[in-house]
Each structure stands twice: as structure tokens, then as C-alpha cells.
Design a protein around this ligand. Structure first.
Ligand code: DQQ
Length: 563
């Protein structure tokens, strides 16, 4: 990363101070003002980004500009619930870990966004000029696409944004349902000199991404073909489309769609036909986007990526919604966090997406635990002691001697991994190889715990690795959404002889990366024991075959400074 200049850092420090004293800023109610101050603070994340109070959802227009990272986000400045009348919150950072909150960047103000400023993306135009495109809800509730520019490019924090009066720049045409037309992507420049972007919508129950083209970034016309379309999938939100890697002279692209019907983000890789402006998915992937792998099999939605020019990497931000009730959210005075920014890469064969927490997050690692060569015989449970386990980063590698004890795999199981997690859980249903993994945020008697675990099955000519995060016992409180989440980890377990798991625990979030980031599961949990800070972390193996922890490293995490 280009190291931020001293003047920039001192400006950020100044800004931290300013935030506490300025009366022109949004007032920050102290936690005691919320009707459940204990829940407000105990479940608050220490190093996952969240605003000081109230409701946040999608990440918007993340970008790196002149030494500063910007994160905008869907924000309700009036309460801890979602409203159509959204604004854009704005925070800046020089390291993606510590954040300073600024004034709202966009608020409903003009006929083209008077009913809400919804999600959008940033593009850096030639001459190093940032611009954002976002969805506005206009006077009659139509979803239209608008542009906004920074008022003053010499302000390192780009605090003020101007909405030109030629907005909206894209309006829904006749075939489009004006209530389902949103979330413009970052634009890309074609070889023909025209800009392109894509907007998600729904036609005849099928989700699609429509491409728009422009020579001047003001007048946009729809391309002849959609970038991609899937029958019967429901509305596509927050479509992201970008080149990921050069493989044997060809560019591998990734298409990501947030599916409104399931509230999960799905991706597929393939190539881009620039002449026809269409995406061609790789042959091996299903035609049906509901069968594509998920960015995360847990509580993650509306993800968005940006290119970090400082470190030449692509980073993904994503919203992790609460699983508590609206009443609980109102009582604790806030709702919604961002997952830790993840660096995206692709396996050497170009088939799997790999996600890994940004290395900067490791700067928060403090006291370390290091364990090696621990045999987990059947039914064993080993406590990892000496950590503050509600705010930790845990990396563990599980190794097996052989795979002969693996249970047979039924091919029908591929369609519903969460069901498999429920049926072959970490509690009553002990198998051959697995369940083994971690019990996090666990009470003394295990009455409360979140199980993050694997099971290995023997399939036709290969092995299938199931990864689950079971939240059904995460809290004794009943009025919570407590699913078992799961997906398959695409690794060659026979060749590797081991599986890795990294879990970021941060009060009410458990964010896990299986197989080096080939499958991810984020859970939102609210254990009642957390309120007494009496939590434990265990490694366990309830399979019949012995599993060895070849190495376990875990760190207490310092809190990030997020104002
Ligand atoms: N959230 C925004 C929309 C987007 C949805 C509104 C996805 O622009 O489609 O808050 O969570």
C-alpha cells in the first residue's frame, strides 16, 4: 500500500477529534439512551465495521482515492430499522481497519431521489476523477439511476457530493418494471471507447443484468442483449461484474448477483464477449443461478467489490444483517455490520474463488495461543484456554490419517446443504470423518454454542467436504433467526490430507473461512452468556475416526477505532 502521508494521518486524527466536538454532525446518542444498553454494547462488534448507531445495510461505492479508502453504505439516520427513505453514510480510512465517520454523502433531496438514495457504485474516470452512480427513488417511486460527483477534488475525504441537474441519467424503459430496476455497477470502458455498466432487474420472473452504454457518462443507452439472464430466479440486486484473472491468455470474469428471493449472493465465472456485451459462463457451471456457489453460505448479502490500486488487489465488502427481531434492534439502537473486507483471488486452475480477510486486520492481533499435534479421538472436546474468546481470530488445521471411515455420499444431497447440516449435525448425528471443528461462544455446559464444523463423505471417485455453521444452539433466546448454514468446500481432501478453518469471532458475528477461503460462512449470534462474558472456545471431533489438530493459532483481537 502507498503509505499515507503524515499530513493525511494528522488530518484523520484531527477529524477524529472534530467528530466528538462538532455540533454540525449527526448527533450520536450514547448507548445508555437505547432501551437495552447492555445488548447495545455487548453485541456490538469490535473490529467489524458498523456505524456508531442506527441502521446500515449494503456497502456502496467502495473505492480507493488518493491514499484514502472510502466506504459508503445504505444508512437510516433516523433509526435502527430499514426504510425506503435511505441515505448514504460515509466513512474513510487509510488502512481498511480504523475508520472515521463523515457527514452523510447523499440524502434524498431532488425529484430524482426524493424518496430514497439506494445502492450504487464508484468509477474512477480518466484524470483520476471519481464519480458515483446510484439508484434514486423519484417523486412517483420509480427507480432511476443517478450520478453524483465530489464537490471538491482537493478535499482528501471527498465530503460533499453534487448531484447534477441532468439526473436521472438512466430511466426504466417500457419493458422494465420501474419498481424493480436498481443498483448500477462500477462502469468499465470498452475497446470501442464507450463506457458500460450493468443494472439488475426482473422480467417474466427471470433475474437479469441489463447493460447500458455511454460515450460521455451522461447519456446512456441500453445494449441489445442482457449481460446475463436466468429464468425463474427472481429479482437480481447489486449485480457485480469484473475481470478476475488472466488464464492462458484469456480473461476470467466473475458475475455476482444478490438474489432477492433467497437473500444470498451467488457467483459464476466465465468469459465476456465484448462485441455482443454478453457474459458466457464456464461450461461446468449450472445454467440456473440458484445452483451457483454462494459468496458466503451464511448471513451475507449485497456484496460489492473494488480495485485497491495501492496493493493491486480486488476487495469485497458485504452486509451482514442481524438475525435478531426488529424490536431487539430498536432496543439496542443499531442494526447491520459489514463483514471483514476480503481479498479475492482464484485457484490456479481458474475454477474456484478464494476469499481471505485483508492482511491489515492482522494488525489487531494481540496475545497468541499456539497448539500443535493434538489428537482428537472420537467424542473429544478440547478447550482452547487463555483467550478472550468473544473477540478473537482463530486459525486451525485438521489432519486425518486416512479417509477409509468416510460415510457414503448421496448425490441428492448437493441440492440442499443446510438440510444436510441440520440432519448430520454436530450434536446427535456422529459420522465417520466428522463432525469436527470448533464450538465458539460456548457456555460452560454447552447449553449455548455455535458449531462450525466439517464432515467428509465418500462420493463417486472423490470425496465431498461439507462445511456447516449451526446457529440453532447459539442462544437460549427464542425470538431469533437461528438457522444451520452450510455449503461444500471444493478441495481435494485426499491429496491434501487436511482441512483448514479460520474463524473471526467478534461478539455477535462468527465469520468462517473453510479450505483456505474456498467456502465461507458468516453467522450472527446473540448468546445470553455473552452478557456475562463467560464464554469458551472448544475444538471437537464427534466422528468415529481420529482427527489431529496439526496446528492451532489464535489471537485476542484489539478493537478497531471506528467513529
Ligand atoms: N438494498 C438497497 C437496494 C438494494 C437492496 C436499498 C439490497 O438498492 O437492491 O436499501 O439489499
Amino acid at each position: 500500500m502507498v503509505s499515507p502521508s503524515a499530513s493525511l494521518l494528522s488530518s484523520l486524527r484531527w477529524l477524529f477529534g472534530f467528530l466528538f466536538f462538532s455540533s454540525s454532525m449527526v448527533e450520536i446518542p450514547p448507548a445508555e439512551n437505547f432501551s437495552n444498553p447492555l445488548a447495545s454494547t455487548q453485541f456490538r462488534t469490535a473490529y467489524h465495521f458498523q456505524p456508531t448507531h442506527y441502521w446500515m445495510n449494503d456497502p456502496n461505492a467502495p473505492m480507493y482515492y488518493d491514499g484514502v479508502y472510502h466506504l459508503f453504505y445504505q444508512y437510516n439516520p433516523n433509526g435502527a430499522t430499514w426504510t425506503a427513505y435511505m441515505s448514504w453514510g460515509h466513512s474513510v480510512s487509510t488502512d481498511l481497519v480504523h475508520w472515521t465517520g463523515l457527514e452523510l454523502a447523499l440524502t434524498p433531496s431532488d425529484p430524482f431521489d426524493i424518496s430514497g438514495c439506494w445502492s450504487g457504485s464508484a468509477t474512477i474516470l480518466p484524470g483520476n476523477k471519481p464519480v458515483v452512480l446510484y439508484t434514486g427513488l423519484d417523486t412517483v417511486g420509480r427507480q432511476v439511476q443517478n450520478i453524483a460527483y465530489p464537490k471538491n477534488l482537493s478535499d482528501p475525504f471527498l465530503r460533499e457530493w453534487i448531484k447534477p441537474n441532468y439526473n436521472p441519467v438512466i430511466e426504466p424503459h417500457q419493458k422494465i418494471n420501474a419498481a424493480l430496476f436498481r443498483d448500477p455497477s462500477t462502469a468499465w470502458l470498452g475497446k470501442d471507447g464507450s463506457w458500460r455498466l450493468t443494472v439488475g432487474t426482473l422480467i417474466d420472473e427471470g433475474g437479469l443484468a441489463i447493460v447500458y452504454k455511454s460515450k460521455d457518462f451522461m447519456k446512456w443507452v441500453p445494449a441489445e442483449n442482457p449481460l446475463y439472464y436466468t429464468n425463474g430466479s427472481g429479482m437480481w440486486e447489486c449485480v457485480d461484474f469484473f475481470p478476475l484473472k488472466e488464464i492462458q491468455g484469456a480473461t476470467k470474469y466473475l458475475l455476482k448477483v444478490s438474489m432477492y428471493d433467497t437473500l444470498h449472493d451467488y457467483y459464476v465465472m466465465g468469459t465476456y464477449d465484448e462485441e455482443r456485451d454478453i457474459f458466457i459462463k464456464d461450461d461446468a457451471s449450472s445454467d440456473d443461478c440458484r445452483m451457483w456457489p454462494m459468496i458466503d453460505y451464511g448471513r451475507l448479502y449485497a456484496s460489492k467489490t473494488f480495485v485497491d490500486e495501492a496493493k493491486q488487489r480486488r476487495i469485497l465488502w458485504a452486509w451482514s444483517n442481524e438475525t435478531s427481531s426488529v424490536a431487539d434492534n430498536v432496543a439496542k439502537g443499531w442494526a447491520g455490520i459489514q463483514t471483514v473486507p476480503r481479498v479475492l483471488s482464484v485457484d490456479t486452475d481458474g475454477k474456484r474463488l478464494i476469499q481471505w480477510p485483508i492482511e491489515e486486520i492482522e494488525s489487531l492481533r494481540r496475545e497468541q495461543i499456539h497448539l500443535q499435534d493434538i489428537e482428537l479421538k472420537t467424542g473429544s472436546q478440547v478447550e482452547v484456554r487463555g483467550l478472550k474468546v468473544s473477540q478473537a481470530d482463530v486459525e486451525v488445521e485438521f489432519e486425518f490419517q486416512n479417509l477409509t471411515g468416510a460415510e457414503p455420499f448421496d448425490a441428492n444431497w448437493v441440492v440442499d446443504p443446510p438440510k444436510l447440516c441440520r440432519e448430520k449435525d454436530a450434536y446427535a448425528n456422529h459420522g465417520g470423518i466428522g463432525p469436527f471443528g470448533l464450538l465458539v461462544l460456548a457456555a460452560d455446559n454447552l447449553e449455548e454454542n455455535t458449531a462450525v464444523y466439517f464432515r467428509v463423505f465418500r462420493a463417486e471417485g472423490s470425496y465431498k467436504v461439507l462445511m456447516c455453521a449451526d446457529q440453532r444452539r447459539s442462544s437460549k433466546k427464542s425470538e431469533l433467526y437461528k438457522p444451520a448454514s452450510g455449503g461444500f468446500v471444493d478441495i481435494d481432501v485426499k491429496k491434501d490430507g487436511k482441512i483448514s478453518l479460520r474463524t473471526l469471532i467478534d461478539h455477535s458475528v462468527v465469520e468462517s473461512f473453510g479450505g483456505g477461503g474456498r467456502a465461507c460462512i458468516t453467522s450472527r449470534v446473540y448468546p445470553t452468556i455473552l452478557l456475562n462474558d463467560n464464554t469458551h472456545l472448544y475444538a471437537f471431533n464427534y466422528g468415529t475416526e481420529t482427527v489431529k489438530i496439526s496446528e492451532l493459532k489464535a489471537w485476542n483481537m484489539a478493537p478497531a477505532q471506528i467513529s
